[in-house]
Design a protein. Structure first.
Lengths: 119, 349
């Protein structure tokens, strides 16, 4: 399963890549902001995008909505170091399939989410 | 010997009655005609009469009063004679080198005469002006107080936002990375990759160390432990030791001051020293602390370029509010080219 990681923290991207690769995911790209993330999602057509909610340029929820309109839309999993409750109802209306707190991120959890039915 | 005339006796009694009434009144009274000639004046003499009462009789307004005022009053006389309505006016008059204010109420009297009752309202006016002045000063103080309250609340809010961001961007990110590294180590161990696991555990250790350092620095910024434990003297000595610009510190007390005073003084000195480092290009700073009666004074002087302004984000604005909330004062003097002096003076009881 191919994955794109969109997050402005290089250290997080590096560790997330190692974690996911450890579990058999193929990380096909990384992007530090929303614009680069959208371009990469369109070019690389990953199966799954790990997308930070708070990006330096756009907000991740907007980016997620735009990704859902791509020709072959990826599954989008929002990630944040804040809790889901910190974002309010906007997160529920977003087209992203799931939300994971960064501290909970693991290959196992992501695999479960990817195989389960999108919520 | 004739019998006393009862009518005459009655008249005398009435005259006595009215005279008594008049004497009891604080007002001046004049009767005059349409031409402004004084026909009667009461009382005979008083310090705020321009001319003694009996010397007025037969003279005109223009003989006695300044021309402008005489003209004004003559116009009022004409108006009252014509309209038969009461006329009221106010005027100032210089008497024995002092400006006095009078209020005149004029009524028509007979066909072509007026009766003017004149009250000296100088003290009343002065008191009114004083009350107005006090009210204005009070209002100004109130506005400033409200503004400073708003600033204190804003500063506290801004500080909380900054703390949240610092914790989120600093220690929290490092702790998150630690969790991820440990999870990665577990995955590697599960695969039997001991060397790989050890590598990321060492990484986790470094991340934790960074988080601890960040938290320590943050806690220090919130409230330095040395201030809590040892007091203002030790805290200022620590600030002096850590300052990149040499600090000459004198007069620190060997006893504790009230906690709010210590905190305010610490942050004023800390902010002033950090401004010296950032802006002053100084070679030396003196920090002088002095207890004078129930007040404590601290002065921070540098030999730098001066020209600092409190409004230029010096951080002193917020500190001034803090100092003033304790009933103290903060002043900054920073003439261009002649160094900067920050002086704080706080009551300390």
């Amino acid at each position: 399963m191919t994955v794109l990681i969109v997050d402005d923290h290089a250290e997080f991207r590096r560790l997330a890549r190692l974690l996911l690769e450890e579990h058999g995911f193929v990380v096909v790209g990384e992007a530090p902001d929303g614009a680069a993330g959208l371009r990469a999602a369109s070019d690389l057509e990953p199966d799954l995008v790990l997308l930070d909610v708070m990006l330096p340029d756009f907000d991740g929820l907007t980016v997620a909505d735009q990704m859902s309109e791509l020709a072959s839309p990826p599954m989008v999993v929002l990630i944040s170091s804040r809790r889901r409750g910190d974002f309010g109802p906007r997160l529920d209306r977003c087209s992203a399939q799931a939300f994971i707190h960064k501290g909970d991120l693991s290959g196992e959890l992501l695999a479960e989410l990817a195989s389960g039915s999108p919520s | 010997m004739s019998e006393p005339d009862p009518v005459l006796a009655e008249l005398r009694a009435r005259e006595q009655h009215y005279r008594t009434l008049l004497e009891a009144l604080p007002d001046l009274m004049f009767r005059g005609d349409r031409d402004g000639t004084y026909l009667e004046a009461w009382p005979e003499d008083r310090p705020d009469l321009v001319v003694r009462g009996k010397d007025l009789l037969g003279r005109k307004l223009h003989d006695v009063l300044p021309p402008d005022l005489a003209r004004r009053l003559l116009a009022l006389v004409a108006e009252v004679c014509d309209s038969r309505q009461i006329g009221i006016s106010e005027y100032d008059l210089q008497i024995a080198g002092e400006l006095q204010t009078f209020e005149v109420r004029m009524v028509s009297y007979g066909s072509d005469e007026v009766l003017a009752i004149v009250r000296n309202v100088t003290d009343h006016k002065r008191a009114e002006a004083e009350v107005r002045g006090l009210q204005d000063a009070l209002q100004e103080r109130l506005v400033e107080l409200q503004a400073s309250r708003a600033r204190i609340v804003e500063a506290a809010d801004a500080e909380r936002r900054r703390l949240e961001r610092d914790i989120h961007d600093g220690a929290q990110q490092r702790l998150l990375a630690t969790r991820m590294s440990l999870r990665l180590a577990a995955e590697r161990l599960r695969r039997g990759d001991v060397a790989g696991a050890a590598e990321v555990i060492a990484e986790a250790d470094r991340q934790l160390e960074g988080a601890v350092d960040e938290l320590r620095a943050l806690a220090h910024g919130i409230h330095p432990a040395v201030l809590t434990e040892e007091g203002i003297g030790a805290a200022l000595e620590m600030l002096a030791r850590r300052s990149p610009v040499p600090v000459d510190l004198t007069g620190v007390p060997d006893h504790r001051l009230p906690a709010p005073v210590e905190t305010a003084l610490y942050f004023v000195v800390s902010e002033a020293l950090s401004n010296v480092v950032k802006h002053a290009h100084a070679t030396t700073v003196t920090v002088t602390m002095q207890e004078r009666g129930t007040r404590v004074l601290v002065a921070i002087d540098d030999d730098g370029v001066g020209g600092a302004q409190e409004s230029n984000g010096s951080g002193l604005r917020g500190l001034r509010d803090r100092v003033e909330a304790l009933g103290g004062e903060l002043a900054m003097d920073s003439p261009p080219g002649a160094g900067t002096r920050v002086r704080v003076d706080i009551p300390c009881e």
